[in-house]
Design a protein around this ligand. Structure first.
Ligand code: IMP
Ligand code: MG
Length: 198
């Protein structure tokens, strides 16, 4: 099927930056509803606690939470990576903890993207120690080629190629989170290593 590549409105971009649509808002929305349904089918009678990883996961989390019927609660956690070269150092630290205990709860960690897997590996380790009844992972995007840590998501919106993406929560230097869809960012002038925040 031939697909037309659209460039997202230049209003979002700065000179030297270009964003090409990879996944439209409509496709994302449809896929999130499928995942939401799947989650409720997997846990038909259980109250669910969705743990969003700030900040990238907030848009995914808000659509996902509204798509899951029944009892759903939310909590948030934030992490950041040490050093400048965040993608290779693999050192993660907690910058905001959950508000409440997860002991005995059915918890679904909601992340924007599974890249090297270092962030999720760290999060799952600390959350597992708190004795949830079950611990699952939902990610909007997965870049399997980039994986360094042996982690997998239970629910994946889209598997994408090894490209730097922005939009629907994902940022470049804190910008582009508010794009409706997900797009590939290309830069003319400078290197993007270490520019993305969680
Ligand atoms: P990790 O490499 O799996 O630990 O991913 C760490 C974090 O880096 C993700 O949660 C995102 O916040 C960010 N990240 C990874 N890949 C991208 C990307 O392509 N665009 C924007 N942020 C990204
Ligand atoms: Mg993130």
């Amino acid at each position: 099927m031939a697909t037309k590549v659209k460039t997202i409105r230049s209003a979002h971009s700065r000179p030297g930056e270009k964003v090409k649509v990879l996944i439209t808002r409509d496709r994302i929305h449809r896929r999130i509803l499928e995942i939401a349904k799947q989650i409720r089918q997997d846990f038909p009678d259980e109250p669910l606690l969705l743990v969003g990883v700030l900040k990238g996961a907030v848009f995914f989390l808000s659509d996902l939470a509204r798509g899951i019927p029944g009892e759903v609660s939310l909590d948030f956690i934030a992490v950041s990576s040490y050093g400048k070269d965040t993608k290779t150092s693999g050192q993660v630290r907690l910058t905001k903890d959950l508000d409440a205990s997860i002991e005995g709860r059915t918890v679904i960690v909601v992340e924007d993207i599974l890249d090297t897997g270092m962030t999720l590996q760290y999060l799952l380790r600390i959350l597992e120690q708190r004795k949830p009844k079950r611990l699952r992972v939902a990610v909007l995007l997965d870049k399997p080629e980039r994986r360094l840590a042996a982690v997998q998501a239970d629910y994946v919106g889209f598997s994408i190629p090894n490209e730097f993406v922005v939009g629907f929560g994902l940022d470049y230097a804190e910008r582009y989170r508010n794009l409706q869809g997900v797009g590939v960012l290309s830069l003319k002038a400078h290197d993007k290593a270490g520019k993305s925040e969680n």
